[in-house]
Design a protein around this ligand. Structure first.
Ligand code: FAD
Length: 316
């Protein structure tokens, strides 16, 4: 079932869960076990992030260079297949422009269609270590809006073309930034760029994480004023370590409210107290969002389940 149909038919807020594929070395059973605690909440689907492989060039004694794979994760499509066959639920792979040509992305779409996956989150991706700014792959897409356009133009197989007569095969989600994307000059420009993704064919938006719900409510208001009418799913992540009060703003270009920061600082070295504060804050955000009638709440689980499970128990 498409996420857009789930959103339209659900009637009440539901949890949406995002996981990160494991680095090479973890087994399928270990991955499936790590998400098992979520299954008691009967998630309607699971998002699986996408990551490009990282390589380094090493010089040989003869002065030539060779390329070596230094870091890679199991592909989103493989992880989706494992989840679908074990738990029989929908999966939503993320597809990124970064590191792929348009043809390579088309080939990914063929694989998804082959597996019967018709939900996608379309993103640009980020620069890799050592790159100052995002550099599109030659023959690839520069922006997520171009990727959405590419997905909408995808012709696929005869099977797909049959379905296409009745409907758009892929349901597409895109990312939105309540505190603006770090490269955007201002929030207005960023929202105008978000609208390009929706105009290109995106069905809904998932936001970057935020720790102050007013930031989300204000973002939704601005989006509506700009003519973006699709559902905007809020994204949450419970803070789990004291280091994250510096790491998250640096990595995701967001603010952590002073009330939360002070509580974390007060907890000091007490790791369990920090964990509890972060979990309670997130649960408080989640309850407030549900009370404001959001269609779903998206959780960036980052492979951790204990805090998310506690929040789901309390809120859904
Ligand atoms: P875009 O929408 O392309 O925007 C990137 C920047 O370009 C913005 O500043 C925007 O304002 C600007 N821009 C957009 N269009 C134009 C235009 N036409 N002209 C000029 N400027 C323009 N990353 C991963 O690597 N893998 C994942 O699985 C992943 N999942 C994510 C899930 C969610 C819900 C979110 C919010 C982010 C995720 N990311 C993921 C991170 C994402 O790839 C980065 O935030 C990336 O820097 C931007 O991606 P985007 O799709 O929002 O880019």
């Amino acid at each position: 079932m498409k996420v857009s149909d789930i959103l339209a038919q659900s009637g009440k807020a539901f949890p949406s869960l995002e996981i990160v594929p494991p680095l090479r070395g973890l087994t399928k059973d270990e991955l499936l076990e790590s998400i098992a605690p979520f299954m008691e909440f009967s998630p309607k689907y699971i998002n699986v992030t996408s990551h490009r492989d990282e390589f380094e060039f090493r010089e040989s004694p003869d002065g030539t260079f060779s390329r070596h794979l230094v870091r890679n994760r199991i592909s989103e499509t493989t992880v989706c297949t494992a989840i679908m066959s074990k738990y029989n639920i929908e999966t939503v792979p993320h597809i990124i422009c970064a590191g792929a040509t348009a043809e390579e992305i088309e080939s990914k779409l063929d694989n998804l269609e082959f597996l019967g996956i018709n939900n996608i989150v379309a993103l640009r991706g980020d620069s890799i270590t050592g790159e100052k700014r995002f550099t599109p792959t030659p023959g690839g897409y520069r922006y997520a809006s171009e990727l959405v356009e590419g997905i909408r133009q995808y012709q696929g197989s005869a099977n797909y073309q049959r379905k296409r007569k009745e409907e758009r095969y892929f349901c597409i989600g895109v990312g939105g930034y309540p505190e603006k994307h770090f490269e955007a000059a201002n929030i207005e420009t960023d929202i105008a760029n978000l609208k390009k993704k929706v105009d290109a064919g995106a069905d809904y938006v998932i936001t970057q994480m935020f720790f102050d719900n007013n930031v989300y409510y204000d973002f939704v208001r601005r989006c509506r004023e700009a003519g973006i009418t699709v559902p905007i799913i809020p994204g949450l992540k419970p803070l789990s370590t004291a280091r994250q009060i510096n790491l998250l703003p640096e990595s995701f270009s967001l603010d952590i409210p002073i009330e939360l920061t002070s509580e974390i600082v007060k907890a000091g070295e007490d790791k369990e107290a920090v964990y509890k504060i972060g979990t309670e804050w997130c649960a408080m955000q989640c309850k407030d969002l549900i009370a404001h009638g959001v269609p779903a709440v998206h959780f960036y689980t980052m492979g951790k389940s204990r805090n998310i499970v506690n929040i789901l128990k309390e809120c859904f």
